[in-house]
Write a protein that binds this ligand. Structure first.
Ligand code: C5P
Length: 406
């Protein structure tokens, strides 16, 4: 962990004892830890234990920071590279979601400008309670990474989800977060007055892979570059972006929530779960057909090549267009090699999209960095100059912002 500094907030639950192991693991991995114990946390582990393991002073409440000027609560969270809450109790997460600051832990969490990882631990019913689920969703919306608790036998004797993830899993999540780019740093336009602030926009990107057997797939040449660039451009204008991505090897744009899927049917489900959205930009090259996959690898044999029997996939865009949760602005992409504009115009009508971006893929567009598009709306056709995919993305994001404003 290369000397990275973790501020560990230990909430009040029986799983607090595992925080001791987490401190040990972080230090073994080369990081340093400062611990803050909530009042509840101090009932389960002593400040002395954590101080010994972290070889650092442990802070227990807002008023014992001896010298506010030297080590104020802002300073405590500023000097950290990452804030980790483990265990994150139902009560602590409720306070975080509400923006409360009535003790040192919650004050630090409200004052921090660093990424926050929460590892929940609580009784199964408390975890499944609507209030907790609402708070978790709120925290995720606010940019907090909330881990999914483990399932198993609980200290109270019940069984189900709610156990603190193992310290090794929390360490993995810490290392991933420290390695990932800071979403807020990547989004200078994340201000409340950004053109798309407060909007949720759904983007699909990449190909889908339809399994033929456990090793083979039906695929296409979509690289996902245009869709990822659009997600990044919408995020830069302040939108909350959910990017449902088929199998591609592209980094996730900063601040974008990415959901990886493989097949068209998985993509349809992920799109449905991500609703509601103010706008949807369906850039993915979704496979039109799938096959009923064989359970084991199809062997080459004397009977000759297998016959693949194709079944139609759901049309995600067309289904969204008639859904009761249809986004206000629905945009499709149409990759065409001939009669680009004519086919795309027909597609706009047939699929019920507001706009179609007609994509001339007759050249090296698929997988390349440049694109050639025409924007087809109810008002007519705009021929855009050939340009890098990032420029097309920015222009489209600006048009989306203007349309949603209107
Ligand atoms: O493949 P096609 O040219 O019909 O794609 C046009 C638009 O429809 C694209 O926006 C694509 O993302 C969407 N589509 C979809 N589900 C499908 C096929 C296409 O959402 N099964």
């Amino acid at each position: 962990m290369n000397g990275k500094k973790i501020l560990l907030i230990v909430g009040g639950g029986i799983a607090a004892y595992k925080a001791c192991e987490l401190v040990r693991l972080i230090r073994k991995a080369g990081g340093s830890v400062r611990c803050v114990l909530t009042v509840g946390g101090a009932h389960f582990v002593t400040p002395m234990t954590l101080a010994a393991l972290s070889e650092s002073q442990v802070f227990t409440n807002l008023f014992d920071l001896k010298d506010e000027a030297e080590m104020g609560h802002i300073q405590l969270s500023r000097e950290a590279d990452l804030v980790v809450v483990a265990p994150a109790t139902a009560d602590l997460m409720a306070k975080m979601a509400a923006g409360m600051a009535d003790d040192l832990a919650t004050t630090l969490l409200l004052a921090t400008d660093k990424k926050v990882l929460a590892a929940p631990a609580m009784n199964v019913r408390m975890w499944l309670h609507e209030a907790t689920q609402r708070n978790v969703a709120r925290l995720r919306d606010d940019g907090v990474t909330v881990m999914t608790p483990d399932e198993g036998e609980m200290a109270c004797g019940e069984y189900g989800p709610g156990r603190l993830p193992e310290p090794e899993a929390i360490l993995d999540a810490i290392e991933r977060m420290l390695g990932a780019p800071d979403p807020l740093a990547d989004q200078p336009d994340f201000a409340p007055d950004a053109p798309l602030a407060g909007r949720h926009i759904l983007v699909t990107a990449g190909p889908t892979h339809e399994p033929i057997d456990p090793v083979r797939v039906l695929a296409n040449r979509s690289s996902g570059k245009q869709g990822f660039a659009i997600a990044a451009a919408l995020g830069a204008l302040g939108a909350r972006v959910t990017l449902v991505a088929g199998p591609v090897s592209l980094p996730t744009p900063g601040g974008v929530t990415r959901i990886d899927v493989e097949t068209a049917r998985e993509m349809a489900e992920a799109v449905d779960r991500a609703l509601p959205a103010d706008a949807a930009v369906m850039v993915a090259a979704v496979a039109d057909w799938r096959v009923e996959p064989a359970a084991s690898k199809i062997k080459k044999g004397p009977e000759g090549p297998p016959r693949l029997s194709l079944v139609e996939n759901p049309d995600i865009l067309a289904e969204l267009a008639v859904s009761s949760r249809r986004p206000r602005l629905l945009i499709g992409f149409a990759a065409e090699t001939d009669n680009v504009v004519g086919n795309a115009q027909a597609k706009r009508e047939r699929k019920g999209a507001d706009w179609i971006v007609a994509n001339d893929v007759s050249g090296d567009v698929m997988g390349g960095t440049n694109n050639r598009v025409h924007l087809i709306t109810a008002q007519g056709i705009e021929n855009w100059d050939p340009a890098p995919k990032a420029d097309i993305a920015r222009k489209l994001a600006e048009r989306i912002a203007a349309a949603l404003e209107g």
